[in-house]
Write a protein that binds this ligand. Structure first.
Ligand SMILES: C[N+](C)(C)CCCC[C@H](N)C(=O)O
Ligand SMILES: O=C(O)CCC(=O)C(=O)O
Ligand SMILES: [Fe+2]
Length: 403
């Protein structure tokens, strides 16, 4: 039975091959749409693009009712049942649509525009997240306006503008927020779910050393990202200074991706090491009633493997644990690379300093922008929370942004 089916397929395939020697034009004979059946793939010239599609990929992406549920956008087809050597038994194309008949007579239709949007060769070049990298001058010149709480809460267009800027720059402000924890929570919830951690859902801290961490002191803190000791560091950090009666305490912001891109350009071997060497970060706390031990392991720079685009920097020298995940030959090189990156991050021209004031809520992309603070005197109270990154992006996509 199988042998019979196979010989039928092979026979059809030979027939097709004979007809696909020359380039085929679409039904309308338009010179713009050309296709060719290769042994291994279907090649389509359309809209000025040359695209190649594996047959198994084409079968897998059939959008017919039996293969795909359009209500849930979920696949019903069991991909593992596709013969990896599957070939079309018939192909037809008009100006907008490609029709493929498979050996079992199942027919798949693909809109050509859909193929353009999804051709994997085209996709590889696209950035997942468009960004504007900044140093202090470019950030200042961008003159990004802070959105007013009322507009932010009530108007989707204002929220969209806020999120657009946040995604582009990695920081954004909402102003005119009452200096309370509740009001801060309401503003945060407008864009995301709050990510509860061992610090609580909404946190409110001052320099009382109530927790085993330097954040709860008056000391200066070098630029860093938070929760580097989580396997998935918190996506966004929200800060609202509720009061400060004293001096100092300004907040430092540095675009980690701007510095990392500089290293990629000027010192590619360092960049590569920072992307590849896994580093452990750890939070050990035994203060008051708190007992926490968190560990996160991952490289300082994280890039998508398919296009090398940076998506996360995990940088916290305070919370970096013993280096025992690195083999001997890389240790010294890693330290040198870490110093190269650190020198870049600490260049004054890359630093933005802001004094957080009651009423002004700061959102920081904790996967990209590092924060720090100047030492201070007096009573200083800061509240805020962490947000889940997926949910911020979810809101952005709902509003029509690329995220
Ligand atoms: C923000 N809040 C005060 C709650 C937490 C501070 C966490 C500090 C820790 N060293 C880190 O960098 O993750
Ligand atoms: O006190 C500050 O301004 C920030 C401290 C800090 O780094 C943090 O809470 O994550
Ligand atoms: Fe921090």
């Amino acid at each position: 039975m199988y042998a019979h089916l196979f010989s039928m397929n092979a026979h059809m395939w030979l027939l097709l091959k004979r007809t696909s020697f020359r380039w085929q034009h679409t039904a309308s004979q338009s010179m713009n749409n050309l296709w060719k059946l290769h042994e291994k793939c279907f090649e389509l010239h359309y809209d000025g693009l040359v695209m190649r599609f594996d047959y198994v990929w084409l079968r897998d992406h059939c959008r017919s009712a039996s293969c795909y549920n359009r209500k849930t956008n979920q696949r019903s087809l069991d991909t593992t049942k596709i013969d990896l050597k599957i070939r079309p038994s018939d192909i037809r194309m008009d100006n907008e649509t490609l029709f493929i008949t498979w050996p079992d007579q199942h027919v798949t239709q693909y809109r050509l525009s859909w193929l353009v949007e999804n051709s994997y060769e085209g996709q590889k070049q696209n950035a997942v997240q468009p960004r504007i990298l900044w140093d202090s001058e470019t950030y200042r010149n961008a003159k990004l306006p802070a959105v007013k709480r009322k507009d932010f809460m009530e108007c989707d267009e204002e929220l969209k503008t806020f999120l657009k800027n946040f995604l582009l720059y990695g920081i954004a402000f909402v102003e005119d927020v009452p200096p309370t924890i509740d009001a801060t929570e309401t503003v945060a919830q407008r864009i995301s779910l709050i990510r509860e951690t061992m610090y609580g859902r909404m946190w409110n801290f001052t320099s009382d050393f109530s927790r085993g961490d330097t954040a709860y002191t008056k000391h200066a803190l070098n630029c860093h990202t938070d929760t580097s000791y989580f396997q998935e560091p918190c996506g966004i950090q929200v800060f609202h200074c509720l009061r400060h009666e004293g001096t100092g305490g300004r907040t430092l912001l540095v675009d980690g991706f701007h510095s990392a891109e500089k290293i990629r350009k000027e010192s590619p071997e360092d960049f590569d090491l920072l992307c590849k060497v896994p580093i452990k970060h750890e939070y050990i706390e035994n203060v008051g009633g708190y007992h926490n031990h968190m560990i996160g392991i991952g490289p300082v720079l994280n890039v998508y493997p398919w296009n090398n685009e940076l998506y996360m920097i995990r940088y916290n020298n305070y919370d970096r644990a013993v280096i025992n995940t690195v083999s001997y030959e890389f240790v010294e090189k890693w330290y040198a690379a870490h110093q190269t990156l650190t020198a870049e991050l600490r260049k004054p021209e890359n630093e933005v300093w802001v004094k957080l004031k009651p009423g002004k809520v700061l959102f920081i992309d904790n996967w990209r922008v590092l924060h720090g603070r100047e030492s201070f005197t007096g009573l200083r109270q800061l509240c805020g929370c962490y947000l889940t990154r997926d949910d911020v992006l979810n809101t952005a996509r709902f509003l029509g942004l690329k995220a």
